[in-house]
Design a protein around this ligand. Structure first.
Ligand SMILES: [Zn+2]
Length: 156
């Protein structure tokens, strides 16, 4: 029964792909820029600069970090450890403990200026706050504590 259901879903996906003809998508796989927001003791997941540019109102609150890394999880782990302390990651330009570069930090406006100064002028991309089902679902943020961090229940 489960295999039949799975086959049916795969068939629907193939039908959608052949009807829709989606365009290919290309991203830079190395040295990507990410923006991370730290507000109220919470470190939010890394954002593509285009999505961060669309932040409005209280979504702009806190300190923003502009990082360059190969992957969003590397950027998040680095910033979480730099904020919590005791893990070797620091907000130096080039981290001594991992391959993440800190471009700078400040308010949302200052972070946007940092991007522009580096020639990063992404088009604002306003996307809905959705997540796809996945076996491992990352929390929306971590709470930074003195020397460690945790995942509040409401972040899941
Ligand atoms: Zn680091």
């Amino acid at each position: 029964m489960g295999a039949r259901k799975s086959t049916r879903r795969a068939g629907l996906g193939q039908a959608w792909a052949s009807d829709t003809q989606p365009e290919g998508d290309v991203i830079d796989a190395l040295d990507r820029y990410f923006m991370l927001r730290y507000s109220g003791g919470l470190l939010y997941l890394p954002q593509d600069p285009r999505i961060a540019a669309a932040a409005a109102g209280s979504e702009r609150d806190g300190t923003w970090f502009v990082l360059r890394a190969d992957a969003p999880d590397a950027a998040f782990n680095h910033q979480r450890q730099a904020l919590a302390g005791g893990y070797g990651c620091r907000e130096d330009r080039e981290c001594p403990a991992c391959p993440v570069e800190t471009i700078g930090s400040g308010t949302w406006h200052e972070a946007m200026s940092l991007r522009r100064a580096r020639g990063i002028v992404p088009q604002q991309l306003d996307v809905p706050d959705v997540r796809v089902p996945a076996p491992i679902r990352p929390p929306r943020y971590n709470r930074i504590l003195d020397g460690c961090w945790d995942i509040p229940k409401e972040a899941r």
